[in-house]
Unconditional design. Structure first.
Length: 121
């Protein structure tokens, strides 16, 4: 898929709705270094690709990949802390995806809000 529905939130971070294993090479080709999957397996029924298949394809494409299933209706501070840790560990730019991209956006914004603010100086 060459026309991925990617929304850039910062120079180092973007989000997307549900992606397929076949999309991972296109992400690597687009310059992404890492992928975070935030959609729990089975949430979308049998048509949703399994995280294991997507992770395997991401790694085959040369991407760092992590699976962090998060319930979009009940994001916890532990979810935010784990997401922030992944952002700190993974090479950027990072792309995170879920069903629509909204859950990843909320996680990112909450992680940014929780981070110590750098003073400009």
């Amino acid at each position: 898929m060459s026309n991925l529905p990617i929304q850039t939130l910062s120079p180092d971070f973007s989000v997307a709705p549900q992606l397929q294993a076949d999309d991972m090479q296109a992400l690597a080709d687009a310059g992404f270094k890492s992928v975070i999957l935030n959609r729990p397996d089975g949430e979308g029924g049998p048509d949703q690709p399994l995280s294991a298949d997507v992770l395997q394809a991401a790694q085959a494409a040369g991407l760092q990949a992590r699976y962090q299933p998060v319930n979009g209706a009940a994001i916890t501070m532990a979810d935010v802390a784990q997401f922030a840790q992944l952002l700190a560990e993974l090479p950027s730019p990072v792309l995170a995806f879920c069903r629509s991209g909204a859950r990843c956006t909320k996680l990112y914004q909450a992680a940014q809000d929780a981070a110590p603010h750098q003073s400009q100086g």
